[in-house]
Write a protein that binds this ligand. Structure first.
Ligand SMILES: Nc1ncnc2c1ncn2[C@@H]1O[C@H](COP(=O)(O)OP(=O)(O)OP(=O)(O)O)[C@@H](O)[C@H]1O
Ligand SMILES: [Mg+2]
Length: 648
């Protein structure tokens, strides 16, 4: 009570003076003494007293109860009424100003002192409760803020009823790359790709969320830097205590990586089954094709000058050739073809392929090549790289029926950590990049995922194997392919091959000269082949050239022959896929018995028996079925004539 600042409102001057004097005696400060309601209100606002002593009857139109109500509502100053009218109705009317006490006149000093002390004490308690409540509220708010901002992996976005961003957490800032001041107050559509920004759709969507109480969806979203992320979003309505919808909460998780992994898994499952299918077909099919080719060749030799037989035979051969190519393409697409890689420089491949292409692309397509003269080497099968470039160039031509430009570039690329973030499939390291661009029709976004699928084609005449083969070869070689395309503008394929540090070794000319060599011989050749028709053809072909042929249809028979010391064997020609074992284990067994024996493997499909993921060991002699007799005889002669320790 000491030092309490008190406003006295009393219309009778003598009473007021007396009251003020008493209060001062108590140690209080009297901030003002007024006699009417208006002045009381004004004075309370100006002095902000700790307490008002308010007479009920005042001068002027306003009585003490009305004045007290205004003061209490405005300044929340506690009021003690002084009255001679402590009747029920007056007390009732005074409730609106939450009186802190009544003093009925006449009162003595003790009563006054008690009333003031009580009112001030009550006020003190109220104030500290208030402060506590404020503190508690602040604490809850702070906890909520911390809660939201500690969530880093999820974007939590509060939307108003129209879908404008009311606020968001740091997770949202991190995910979108936008600082809050750039997005708060803006429509959530700004986070979506431009093609999806329809106001009507958003409105309908929010209505649905309101009706169903929840919505879960996935879709592309855009970061500030323009890159996209695949968002999984759960939206729920925000309700106030009365159950009215006051906005929406969107909780978003970035699922880009999961989506990529899923796609990868799906892709590898597809490849696995395609591989099984292609492998199964290729093995039997190539055996049959070998019979067809070889018999057609034989017929050609006999009837080659007689028409129309010559034409019939050549039709058979070209049909067989197409079948062989198709089988080969299927294997390539399934990454199961046999690669014979060597250290090569892509510039050479580009040079030779472009030379070949110039005439076939037509006059209205201009060709530009930009090659890096200091291009690093890669380890790849040059024939297959040639095929990659050819397929891409043909696609480019097809995409530019009215003409345009085809650009082929090579360059060295150093892939660092930042680069890997953009292309998660790549590993850090050095790569050689091949870029093939056209100014053609472009590829619509909705088919970009499909173009590498075998048999996917938008062209009537296309088989849809071109890009499947391209990707198969690239990935079997350890590379990666990417696509950029703009409808109506053109398409760019970017291919990465891992760099190798070895330098190119000169190709042995011996192989090329072998066409001039004799194909005849008198040596003994052990032919291991389970398909009887093929075995017969091999035997006939070899015997015709003077060789002595031993036949076996399975490993056990071959080993038995190799074991018997009286049997002379100069070369082993074996199929890779055998009913009991495979050609590789057979060759190993035979080598234990006859260490220097040269071996030639033959297969339509190897199933990793002699190769690691289709990559042959250097120096291994391998013939891909269907093998023509010319190729077979040349290979046999060169194996027999090679120095003994050359055999694998
Ligand atoms: N450079 C390109 N420009 C536009 N579209 C392309 C381009 N390259 C490929 N495509 C699209 O991808 C599809 C698949 O290509 P792919 O090479 O696998 O098959 P294709 O060319 O249709 O047939 P094939 O190559 O077997 O004759 C094409 O049909 C075409 O729609
Ligand atoms: Mg094609």
């Amino acid at each position: 009570m000491h030092n309490a600042r008190i406003l006295v409102v009393e219309d009778e001057t003598i009473v007021a003076m007396d009251l003020a004097a008493t209060l001062r005696r108590f140690g209080c400060a009297v901030v003002a003494v007024v006699d009417n309601g208006e002045e009381a209100i004004e004075s309370a606002a100006r002095h902000k007293p700790d307490l008002v002593l308010m007479d009920i009857r005042l001068k002027g139109p306003m009585d003490g109860i009305a004045a007290a109500k205004t003061i209490y509502e405005g300044e929340a100053v506690p009021i003690v009424f002084l009255t001679a009218h402590a009747d029920v109705s007056t007390v009732d009317r005074s409730m609106g100003s939450s009186p802190y006490g009544y003093l009925v006149k006449p009162f003595d000093d003790g009563e006054l002192q008690r009333a003031i002390t009580l009112a001030l004490a009550r006020r003190k308690v109220e104030l500290s409760e208030h402060a506590r409540k404020d503190d508690a509220l602040w604490e809850i708010e702070e906890k909520f803020r911390l809660l939201l901002d500690s969530v880093h992996d999820y974007a939590i976005i509060l939307l108003d009823l129209e879908g404008q961003i009311a606020t968001w957490n740091t997770g949202a800032e991190k995910m979108t790359g936008f600082p809050p001041e750039e997005m708060i107050g803006k429509s959530v559509l700004n986070l979506e790709p431009e093609e999806d920004r329809h106001g009507d759709r958003l409105r309908l969507h929010l209505e649905q969320v309101a009706t169903n109480g929840r919505a879960e969806l996935e879709g592309w979203r855009i970061r500030k830097d323009g890159t996209r992320y695949w968002a999984h979003v759960v939206k729920t309505p925000m309700l106030d205590r009365g159950g009215r919808i006051v906005g929406f909460v969107a909780v978003t998780h970035d699922e880009t990586q999961r989506r990529a992994l899923e796609a990868q898994l799906l892709q590898s499952q597809k490849l696995e089954s395609l591989g099984k299918l292609a492998g199964g077909i290729a093995h039997d099919f190539n055996n049959m094709l070998m019979v067809i080719f070889s018999r057609a060749d034989l017929l050609l030799r006999v009837n080659g000058t007689v028409e129309p037989q010559r034409r019939y035979i050549s039709d058979i051969k070209s049909a067989a050739t197409k079948s062989r190519d198709l089988t080969q393409q299927l294997l390539a697409a399934a990454r199961r073809q046999v690669l014979q890689p060597q250290v090569v420089n892509l510039n050479e491949i580009v040079g030779s392929t472009m030379q070949l292409l110039t005439s076939s692309l037509g006059e209205n397509i201009s060709i530009r090549t930009h090659v890096d003269e200091k291009l690093w080497n890669v380890y790849a099968d040059p024939g297959k790289l040639h095929q990659v470039l050819l397929n891409l160039a043909i696609n480019a031509r097809e995409a530019m029926p009215k003409g345009g430009a085809l650009t082929v570039e090579t360059r060295n690329v150093r892939v660092d950590e930042a680069y890997v973030r953009q292309r998660p499939h790549l590993r850090e390291g050095d790569y050689v990049q091949l870029i093939v661009s056209d100014t053609g029709s472009g590829i619509a976004p909705e088919i970009r995922d499909k173009i590498y699928d075998p048999f996917f084609s938008t062209r009537g005449r296309g088989s849809g194997l071109g890009l499947a083969v391209v990707r198969g070869i690239i990935e079997q070689t350890g590379g990666q392919i990417w696509l950029y395309s703009e409808v109506g503008q053109g398409t760019t394929f970017k291919i990465f091959f891992p760099r190798v540090r070895e330098s190119i070794t000169a190709v042995e000319e011996v192989v090329d000269d072998s066409s001039a060599l004799s194909t005849r011989g008198s040596e003994s050749i052990l032919v291991v082949e389970d398909e009887q028709l093929v075995r017969t053809i091999l035997r006939e072909t070899l015997e015709e050239q003077g060789y002595h042929v031993l036949e076996a249809s399975r490993e056990a028979e071959a080993v038995a022959l190799a074991k018997s010391p009286d049997v002379k064997i100069d070369l082993l020609l074996t199929d890779v896929v055998l009913p009991d074992r495979n050609g590789r284990t057979l060759a190993e067994t035979v080598h234990r018995l006859r260490p220097q024996l040269p071996v030639i493997y033959m297969s339509g499909y190897t199933d990793n028996a002699i190769s690691d993921q289709g990559v042959l060991e250097p120096g291994m002699r391998f013939l891909e079925k269907p093998v023509s007799s010319a190729v077979l005889l040349r290979a046999i002669r060169s194996a027999l004539d090679a120095p003994a320790d050359d055999a694998v």
